[in-house]
Design a protein. Structure first.
Length: 284
């Protein structure tokens, strides 16, 4: 069950952004997760991955799900993406109950999942093939995305010729090819070095700022969640549940230097203190 602070923060007004309409004014429940539970069967009985999850995701907001390994954050994301069926409760996207992956949705996984026998351009264009669209119609956009993510000149290379960071950039291009309204990201930068991660954080923030997509982003990085997000959902495990939903009241656009400010530090300290109280992190 969520704490009183969680109830307060999740239901309060959205933070306005420079040059953008506050997300809450457009739709308070673009994604509605109500009393959702998820259990897996095993030889030793049912294992609860999620229990009584209540969450409203606003249209156009950037929301991060933060928590330790095994807390069910990736499971929750897969449920929202229609890749996992819930055991109890209800889950709606754009007002419609899910019966499979929602339309106009892109997903980025922890691993890039590129096909080694296809070129980078062909890997990006595979989204068009899945949707039955003409490759040639979307090729200009694919090339534009590859340029934006620093992959110009690598269109005809194969994944095994690229670094891990470059491969993950290509996977993001693939997810963005058909201009999805909803972008689901499952720890996409977790395996990258710090400098590459910072670079991709900035590019993702710019894309979100430019397009107003709804983004649900799973991470185990406290600073990353605070830097990117309008709100941070914090979860505990055994079973996975929400313990607090924190509004991030920091101006946009955000620079990496903001992470050194006292305001940013207070958010980090708050999250660390919460997880320390749950026995997830040690203080001191």
């Amino acid at each position: 069950m969520r704490t009183a602070l969680a109830m307060k923060t999740s239901d309060s007004a959205a933070i306005s952004r420079e040059g953008r309409v506050p997300a809450v004014s457009r739709s308070p429940s673009y994604i509605a997760v109500e009393a959702v539970s998820k259990a897996y069967g095993s030889r030793h009985g049912a294992v609860k991955a999620l229990e009584n999850i209540d969450l409203q995701v606003r249209e156009g907001e950037f929301l991060s799900i933060l928590g330790p390994s095994g807390c069910g954050k990736s499971t929750l994301l897969k449920c929202i993406g229609g890749l996992e069926r819930i055991t109890a409760g209800s889950l709606r996207v754009r007002g419609e109950a899910l019966s499979g992956p929602p339309t106009k949705t892109g997903m980025v996984f922890q691993r890039d999942v590129l096909l080694d026998w296809r070129t980078i351009l062909d890997n990006v264009l595979i989204t068009a093939e899945f949707l039955g669209l003409r490759r040639e119609d979307l090729k200009p956009r694919a090339l534009q995305l590859l340029t934006r993510f620093g992959l110009s000149g690598y269109e005809n290379r194969h994944p095994w010729e690229l670094s891990g960071g470059m491969r993950q950039r290509a996977s993001i291009c693939r997810a963005l090819l058909c201009d999805p309204e909803l972008l689901l990201m499952d720890e996409p930068f977790g395996a990258l070095d710090a400098m590459t991660r910072d670079d991709l954080n900035l590019e993702l923030a710019r894309i979100w700022q430019d397009t107003g997509k709804t983004v649900v982003f799973v991470t185990h990085g406290i600073s990353e969640a605070i830097f990117l997000s309008d709100r941070v959902v914090m979860m505990d495990r055994n079973p996975g549940r929400i313990v607090e939903v924190l509004e991030i009241d920091l101006p946009r656009p955000r620079s990496l230097a903001m992470r050194e400010t006292p305001e940013f530090g207070r958010y980090v300290a708050h999250v660390r203190h919460l997880f320390a109280g749950l026995g997830i992190l040690k203080e001191g």
